[in-house]
Design a protein around this ligand. Structure first.
Ligand code: F6R
Length: 614
C-alpha cells in the first residue's frame, strides 16, 4: 500500500527512484511522483494515474540531473487520486519534501493546529501536515534527522516517511512505525524503500529497521536512531534472490509468471524441511517441542487468499493432530474478544508480512499471552518479526497483486506445520507422516502437469468472455479452493463470482443458477466418506437447472464424465493435498479471462498488494 523510495549516491537520482517505483508499483498505482534536491531547491513532478503518466511528464519536461531524491507510488486513502494529492508533498516554502505510506490518525488535529498558525494546506491528504511540521522544525534550526525525530514523536497511526531537505543534499531521512521500510546498503550509494525490490538491481545487502526507528542515509553512511534520538541499529541481511526474480521473464504478466513458478516455489518450500526418512525438521521454528506439545487450540488468522490457505490448513491440521483449529479473518478476530490462553497457538498467515489487519490480530494475541507463529514470504517484514516463531515460505518475490505462488507455498507451510505437530505429539505414526511428505514431494510434478494443460483453460476462458457471473463449488478441502477461485475472478476480471460449499447450494444459492451459467465444480477424490458421490449429486442438480458445468476431477474418475460440459483433469492425490493441483486451473482461468477482457492483471483496479492500513 504505497511504495516509497529514497536514494543518495552518484547515479541519476531520478532514474534510480523512478526505476525503484516501477518495481514497487504493485503496492499502489493511483498516482506517482518524485522530488529531487538540486542546487539548494526541491524540484520534481507528480501525476495522477499509473507511473507511465509520470514517465511521460518527465520525458516531456526533464528534471535537472541530481544524485539525491525520493519518490512515491500511491494507493489513495485520504483524498482522491489526483495530481495535487499525489506525493511528494512539500512544506510551504518548498524547503522539504516528504513521501508517506500509512495513515496519520491525528492529522485532523495537527492540520487544525497548523492552520491556526497560518499554514495553508493545498491537498486533502493526511501527509501534507508532516511536510509542514518537518519544514517548521528545519527552519527552526534542526537538521533533517532531528526534525524527523521531532515529527515522529507527534504522530499517531501507521507511517513510513521519507524526506529530503533542499539545503542538505547529502542526506535522505526516513522513519517507520507499523509500516514497512528497508535500507539498501550500496557502495558509495544507499537506498531506502518499502521493499528490497526497489533497489535489488543495485545491491542485495539490506538493513531491516525496527519499530519506531529513524534512519539517515548519505552516500557512504547509514545511521539508525530511535524516535527519541538515541542511537540504535538495524539488522543487516543479504537478500537471497536477484533482479531476474523481480522481472517478467518473457511473460505478459507477473501473475502468469508467478503461476508458472509454482512447481519451483513448492520445491523450494519443502527443501531442507525433512530428512530422507520423511522425518520433519523445522529448525527455524523457534518454538520448543514441549511448547508445541502443550498447545490445546490453534487459531489461524489471515486475510483474503491467505485466509483461504488457513481454511485448507484447518482440515489437515485437525485430521493429523486432533487439535481443535479455528480460522478467523484477522480484521474480525480481535473485535470479538476471542478466547486465547497461553496454550493457544495463533498462526498468522501473510505473504507480505505487512498486512495491518493481521498484524493487529497478532498483537492482540500476544497481549493475551498466546504464542504466535507466522507463515510468511517476506524476510524481515513486521509480522514475523513480531511473532514468537516463523515458517518462511520460499515463493520468492510475489509482484502480481493477486496472490498465486504465495497461496501455494502457504499451503505447503501449513501442511508442514500440521505434520510437524503430529510428529511432535505422536498423533500419527512416522510412516504415515513419511507417506504424506512423499506425496508433497510429488506435488511440483502434479502442478507442472496442470500448467502443461494451460491451453485448455485458456480456451475455456476465451469462450466465457461474456459471462456475467461464475460460481465455484467445492467440498471439504476443495471448498476453500472454490472460494479462492471466485476471489481471483472477482479481483481480476471484475465479474460476479461466488464460491460455495457444494452441500450448501440447496439451502439457498441454487436459486442463482440460470441457463448456461458457468459453474466450476471441484470434485474430491473418490472414496472419502461418500464426499465424491455427494458432489456428483450436487453437479447433477445444478446441471438439471441449466448450469454449464466445468468439472475439475482427478484422472480416472469416470463417474463425473456424464455431468461435465467441460472436464479438467487433475493428477490423483489425497483429499487433503488436492488443493495444490486443483487451484492451478482456477488461477490460469482468472488470469486469462482478465487478459481477454483487456484488464491490467498485475494491477487490478482499487487494489494494492500489501494492505498496510486497517
Ligand atoms: C488476493 C490477495 C489478497 C491477500 C490479502 C492478504 O489475491 O492477494 O487477498 O491474500 O490481502 O495479504 P498477505 O498475505 O500479504 O497478508
Amino acid at each position: 500500500m504505497c511504495g516509497i523510495v529514497g536514494y543518495v549516491g552518484e547515479k541519476s537520482a531520478e532514474q534510480v527512484v523512478v526505476e525503484g517505483l516501477r518495481r514497487l508499483e504493485y503496492r499502489g498505482y493511483d498516482s506517482a511522483g518524485v522530488a529531487l534536491v538540486h542546487e539548494g531547491a526541491i524540484v520534481g513532478d507528480k501525476r495522477a494515474g499509473k507511473l507511465a503518466n509520470l514517465d511521460k511528464a518527465l520525458a516531456e519536461t526533464p528534471l535537472p540531473a541530481t544524485t539525491t531524491g525520493i519518490g512515491h507510488t500511491r494507493w489513495a486513502t485520504h483524498g482522491a487520486p489526483n495530481d495535487v494529492n499525489a506525493h511528494p508533498h512539500r512544506g510551504p516554502e518548498s524547503r522539504v519534501a516528504v513521501v508517506h505510506n500509512g495513515i496519520i490518525e491525528n492529522f485532523v488535529a495537527l492540520r487544525k493546529e497548523l492552520e491556526q498558525d497560518g499554514h495553508t494546506m493545498v491537498s486533502e491528504t493526511d501527509t501534507e501536515v508532516t511536510a509542514h511540521l518537518l519544514e517548521r522544525a528545519v527552519l527552526g534550526g534542526a537538521d533533517l534527522t532531528s526534525a524527523m525525530q521531532q515529527l515522529c514523536s507527534r504522530l499517531d497511526g501507521a507511517f513510513t516517511l521519507v524526506a529530503v531537505d533542499a539545503a542538505d543534499p547529502a542526506r535522505v531521512v526516513a522513519a517507520r512505525r507499523n509500516s514497512p521500510l528497508v535500507v539498501g546498503r550500496g557502495e558509495g550509494e544507499n537506498f531506502v524503500a518499502s521493499d528490497v525490490a526497489a533497489f535489488i538491481e543495485h545491491t542485495r545487502d539490506a538493513v531491516e529497521l525496527g519499530q519506531d526507528q529513524v534512519v539517515t542515509i548519505t552516500a557512504d553512511d547509514i545511521t539508525v536512531t530511535d524516535f527519541d534520538g538515541s542511537p540504535s541499529k538495524g539488522l543487516e541481511y543479504h537478500v537471497d534472490w536477484d533482479l531476474s526474480a523481480a522481472e517478467k521473464d518473457g511473460f505478459d504478466w507477473f501473475m502468469r509468471k508467478e503461476i508458472f513458478e509454482q512447481p519451483r516455489a513448492v520445491r523450494d518450500s519443502l527443501l531442507g524441511r525433512h530428512d530422507d526418512n520423511g522425518r520433519l525438521q523445522l529448525d527455524e521454528l523457534r518454538m520448543s517441542e514441549s511448547e508445541l506439545r502443550n498447545v490445546d487450540k490453534i487459531v489461524i488468522t489471515a486475510c483474503g487468499t491467505a485466509f483461504y490457505a488457513g481454511l485448507v490448513a484447518k482440515y489437515a491440521i485437525e485430521h493429523w493432530t486432533r487439535i481443535p483449529c479455528e480460522v478467523e479473518l484477522a480484521h474480525e478476530f480481535r473485535y470479538r474478544d476471542p478466547i486465547l490462553t497461553r496454550d493457544t497457538l495463533v498462526v498468522a498467515i501473510s505473504q507480505s508480512g505487512e498486512t495491518a489487519d493481521t498484524l493487529m490480530a497478532i498483537r492482540h494475541a500476544r497481549e493475551q499471552r498466546s504464542k504466535v507463529l507466522a507463515i510468511c514470504n517476506t524476510n524481515g517484514s513486521t509480522i514475523p518479526r513480531e511473532s514468537d516463531a516463523v515458517i518462511y515460505t520460499h515463493a520468492g518475490p510475489e509482484i502480481g497483486v493477486a496472490s498465486t505462488k504465495g497461496f501455494m507455498t502457504q499451503l505447503i507451510a501449513c501442511y508442514l506445520l500440521g505434520l510437524y505437530l503430529a510428529q511432535v505429539r505422536d498423533t500419527k505414526y512416522a510412516e504415515e507422516i513419511a507417506t504424506v511428505v512423499d506425496e508433497l514431494q510429488s506435488m511440483p510434478e502434479n502442478i507442472q502437469q496442470m500448467l502443461d494443460n494451460a491451453d485448455q483453460v485458456y480456451d475455456l476462458a476465451r469462450s466465457l468472455e461474456g459471462a456475467r457471473s461464475v460460481l465455484f463449488l467445492g467440498r471439504h478441502a476443495g471448498f476453500p479452493v472454490a472460494l479462492e477461485g471466485a476471489l481471483k475472478l472477482k479481483e481480476l476480471a471484475y465479474i460476479h463470482a461466488e464460491g460455495f460449499a457444494a452441500g450448501e447450494l440447496k439451502h439457498g444459492p441454487i436459486a442463482l443458477i440460470e441457463q448456461d451459467m458457468p459453474v466450476f465444480c471441484i470434485v474430491p477424490p473418490p472414496g472419502r466418506d461418500f464426499l465424491h458421490d455427494k458432489m456428483i449429486s450436487g453437479i447433477q442438480e445444478i446441471r438439471a437447472r441449466g448450469a454449464r458445468t466445468i468439472v475439475v476431477a482427478e484422472e480416472g474418475d469416470d463417474a463425473v464424465e456424464p455431468y461435465a460440459d467441460v472436464l479438467i483433469r487433475i493428477p490423483r492425490s489425497s483429499t487433503l493435498l488436492q488443493p495444490l493441483a486443483a487451484v492451478v486451473p482456477l488461477q490460469l482461468f482468472a488470469c486469462e479471462l482478465a487478459t481477454v477482457k483487456g484488464h491490467d492483471v498485475d494491477q487490478p483496479r482499487n487494489l494494492a498488494k500489501s494492505v498496510t492500513v486497517e
